[in-house]
Design a protein around this ligand. Structure first.
Ligand code: NAD
Length: 488
């Protein structure tokens, strides 16, 4: 029996100007990937609805009448803090909704994702009062200074793998800087964003400051195309990121892109092997491998390859795959049937191209075949040119490669279009820091994997995108810098 749920799953509507409205599109169902059953029906925003949401955001932003701009920075910070308080008050319900909609283990949504969402809002609540320009010494007869102003209306479009967390990475800094937002959650996982919208209104966020338009690619494209949107903040695939950049060029919107990854996880023979094995397993199977920064390419120094691989396989086989609502589950359901088929076809390509299947490799059955589960899968003898070593699979599939020395692993690790993250396992401090500098990646972990903090920037090199989310540097992407020169 799959576990019973407490969360209320209501039909989804659009949030526009503080009102819940029916979208004029056909609407769509959101599915529980653990059972294949419909959770509820969700409204779909047409281009016209998106226009209404953008107009509401513009009005709320407006200098003279807009409620958000009229509030002091301190008041805005307090609203963000109250949002964090309400998130924590409703954390069990939000975690359960996320798990129902996405299939991720409740252990992750309750103890990792949702606490970080609250943390992100608290972090940026603090920033609201610390955003300022500078007075600059130039000429004796001049008073010259800069103002740091919000960009305006932000269109935020996110993927389904960390639905509310990815939204918080955009909403926290956008709102702290005084922008207003139209958020489009992923069509596979709209439920937590909608519940979050209710909590924002309860926290006193004025109408129109946050608008939520649910729908698929067409709704997203309408938002990107809209001339009233000043900035697009996107998390999703590299191919859609490119489309968004092209569409944004028309009105020269500001754009930040958080895209795909194929992150190398590098294990040296002088590392703590047990810790590295756990790090390799968590690096790929956490979040079902549907993690942009997943350690999906594992490079093991040849000297220890056999010993390491056998421990890796043994540890992988112990992972508890099952009902995502069971607190003991560590590997949940793949987000959709389509994604499951994509992952299974990558597994087939690995076998066809000559990699050795060491563990898993099949669809798994949890209480019948209704849910979209895949066994934790490990490939050995992978060559860097193989499809499973080059393309982002976005599922629980690990490609294991070997290397002889540092120069070789630098070359292999960097030979990929992506550059989101990397990890190094070694007890040699010098080697760890030298290698950190040579890897083309936005984040490098040493003797750990996947840790994040609201205060640390996250983002990609190369085709993993540009701009940084989290930390103080996100503020740059949600503000414009104005120079004022007064003749004295
Ligand atoms: P996707 O690009 O298909 O969709 C992402 C979002 O964009 C969805 O909301 C979707 O409706 C919308 N969209 C699709 N086409 C659009 C268009 N033409 N115009 C505007 N919006 C459009 O991505 P996905 O498959 O849902 O998500 C997985 C991808 O996201 C992976 O590549 C993953 O690596 C990436 N990701 C990156 C990060 C990061 O921080 N770098 C984090 C999470 C996920």
């Amino acid at each position: 029996m799959l576990a019973a749920t407490k969360a209320k799953v209501a039909p989804g509507k659009l949030l526009i100007n503080g009102q819940w409205l029916q979208g004029s599109g056909h609407g769509f169902d959101t599915i529980n990937p653990a059972t294949g059953e419909v959770l509820t029906h969700v409204s779909e925003a047409s281009a016209q609805d998106v226009g209404q949401a953008v107009a509401a955001a513009r009005k709320a932003f407006d200098d003279s009448a807009g409620p958000w701009r009229k509030m002091s920075a301190s008041e805005r910070g307090k609203v963000l803090w109250r949002i964090a308080d309400l998130l924590e008050k409703n954390i069990d319900e939000l975690a359960e909704l996320e798990t129902l909609d996405n299939g991720k283990p409740i252990f992750e949504s309750r103890y990792v994702d949702m606490p970080m969402v609250a943390d992100v809002f608290r972090y940026y609540a603090g920033w609201a009062t610390k955003i300022h320009g500078e007075t600059v010494n130039t000429f004796n007869n001049a008073f010259t200074y800069t103002l740091r102003e919000p960009v305006g209306v932000v269109g935020a479009i996110v993927a389904w793998n960390f639905p509310l967390l990815l939204a918080s990475w955009k909403l926290g800094p956008a709102l702290a800087c005084g922008n207003t937002v139209v958020l489009k959650p992923a069509e596979q996982t709209p439920l937590t964003a909608l519940r979050f919208g209710e909590l924002c209104l309860e926290a006193g966020l004025p109408p129109g400051v946050l608008n939520i338009v649910t729908g698929g690619p067409e709704t997203g494209a309408a938002l990107v195309k809209h001339p009233g949107v000043d900035k697009v903040a996107f998390t999703g695939s590299t191919s859609v990121g490119k489309e968004i950049m092209r569409a944004s060029a028309e009105t020269l919107k500001r754009v930040t892109l958080e895209l795909g990854g194929k992150s190398p996880n590098i294990v040296f023979s002088d590392s703590n092997m047990d810790a590295a094995v756990k790090g390799a397993v968590n690096g790929i199977f956490y979040g079902k491998g549907e993690v942009c920064s997943a350690g999906s390419r594992l490079f093991v120094e040849k000297k220890v390859e056999d010993e390491f691989t056998s421990k890796l396989v043994e540890y992988t086989r112990k992972i508890k795959l099952g009902d995502p609502l069971d607190p003991k589950t560590r590997l949940g359901a793949i987000v959709s049937e389509k994604q499951m088929q994509t992952v299974l076809s990558y597994i087939e390509s690995g076998k066809k191209e000559g990699a050795t299947l060491l563990s898993g490799g099949k669809r798994a059955s949890v209480n019948g075949d209704r849910g979209y589960f895949i066994e934790p899968t490990v490939f050995g003898d992978v060559k860097n040119e193989m499809t499973i070593a080059q393309e982002e699979i976005f599922g629980p599939v690990l490609a294991t490669l070997s290397f002889d020395d540092l120069d070789q692993v630098v070359e292999l690790a960097n030979k990929n279009i992506y550059g989101l993250a990397a990890a190094i396992w070694t007890n040699d401090v010098k080697k760890a820091h030298q290698l950190s500098r040579r890897l083309k990646a936005g984040t490098v972990w040493i003797n750990t994997y996947g840790l994040m903090d609201a205060a640390l920037p996250f983002g990609g090199y190369k085709q993993s995108g540009f701009g940084r989310e989290l930390g103080m540097h996100a503020i740059d992407h949600y503000t414009e810098l104005k120079t004022v020169w007064m003749n004295l």
